[in-house]
Ligand binder design. Structure first.
Ligand SMILES: [Mn+2]
Length: 241
C-alpha cells in the first residue's frame, strides 16, 4: 500500500495584480509534494483548520510532515518576543500542535522540517534562541540567502545510532535557511545532528509509540541537486515507522 504523507499546510494572502483582489491560499511548497512523490509516497496537503479536525486528518495519513514557515510563538515556551523575532502565525501553531498530539495518540510517526522541528521541540517543553545573533557562538551563515537553497552550504555531523545515520553519512553538507536555533532540548528528544558551530540541526525521539525526526535544514529544497536530501523523503516513505 502506498504510504500517505500528510503535509501540514500554510496560508498566504496576496493581491492578484490582474484584478487587484486579495486572495488567501492554503498551500505547501511544491517541493515537499515532489520529494514525497519521487520517493514513491502519496503527498496529502492538510489545509490549516481547526484543532477539532486533527483526528479526521490524522486518520487519513501514515506519516505527519510539518513544513517550514513562520517562527513559533515564543509565548509557547514562556518567553516575551525579542525584537528580532520573525512573523508569527498563532492559528497555525495551534492547529499543528493538535496534529502532533493526535499523531502520537494514533501512534503515527512525525517528521518536521525547519519550523516543523522547532515546533516539535517547543511542543514537548523545549525552547528556541529567538534570533541567532543572541548566541555569539553561532557564527555560521545559517541564512544562506541569496545563495539558492538547492545548494548545500555548511556541514553537519550526524550521531551514530540515529534515524539520520540510517541514510546519511557521518558528515554531510546541507542547506541552511533559519534565523533561529533550538536552545533547550525538550526532554523526549536528543540532538542527532549539529553544525560545526554547534547549532542544533536535528532532533529525534520516540514519544509513546511515535517516532519523531526533525531537521533544521530544507531537504525539500536540496533534493533536486543533493542525493542525500532525496534520501530524507525515501526514508519517510519507506522506512520511518
Ligand atoms: Mn544551519
Amino acid at each position: 500500500m502506498i504510504r500517505k504523507i500528510g503535509i501540514a499546510g500554510n496560508e498566504r494572502t496576496a493581491v492578484n495584480p490582474e484584478d487587484q483582489n486579495e486572495y488567501t491560499f492554503s498551500y505547501t511548497p511544491k517541493e515537499f509534494v515532489e520529494g514525497v512523490t519521487k520517493a514513491g509516497g502519496l503527498p496529502i496537503i492538510l489545509p490549516l483548520g481547526q484543532p477539532e479536525q486533527a483526528k479526521d486528518y490524522i486518520d487519513l495519513i501514515d506519516v505527519l510532515l510539518l513544513a517550514g514557515g513562520q517562527d513559533v510563538d515564543p509565548s509557547l515556551y514562556d518567553q516575551d518576543p525579542h525584537e528580532k523575532l520573525g512573523d508569527l502565525f498563532k492559528q497555525r501553531d495551534t492547529f499543528e500542535l493538535a496534529l502532533i498530539q493526535e499523531a502520537i495518540r494514533q501512534k503515527k510517526p512525525i517528521a518536521g522540517v525547519c519550523r516543523g522541528m522547532q515546533l516539535l521541540n517547543v511542543a514537548f517543553g523545549g525552547t528556541m534562541i529567538q534570533d541567532l545573533s543572541l548566541d555569539p557562538s553561532l557564527t555560521l551563515a545559517h541564512v544562506q540567502s541569496p545563495v539558492p537553497l538547492t545548494k548545500a552550504t555548511h556541514e553537519i555531523t550526524i550521531e551514530p545510532n540515529s534515524y539520520l545515520a540510517e541514510f546519511l553519512p557521518e558528515t554531510v553538507a546541507v542547506n541552511s535557511y533559519h534565523h533561529q536555533a533550538v536552545d533547550q532540548i525538550a526532554p523526549p528528544f536528543t540532538v542527532t545532528a549539529r553544525a560545526t558551530d554547534g547549532a542544533v540541526e536535528a532532533i529525534e525521539g520516540v514519544i509513546d509509540s511515535s517516532c519523531i525526526l526533525g531537521v533544521q535544514w530544507h531537504p525539500e529544497q536540496g533534493f533536486k541537486t543533493n542525493p542525500t536530501d532525496q534520501e530524507f523523503f525515501t526514508y519517510l516513505v519507506e522506512r520511518f515507522n
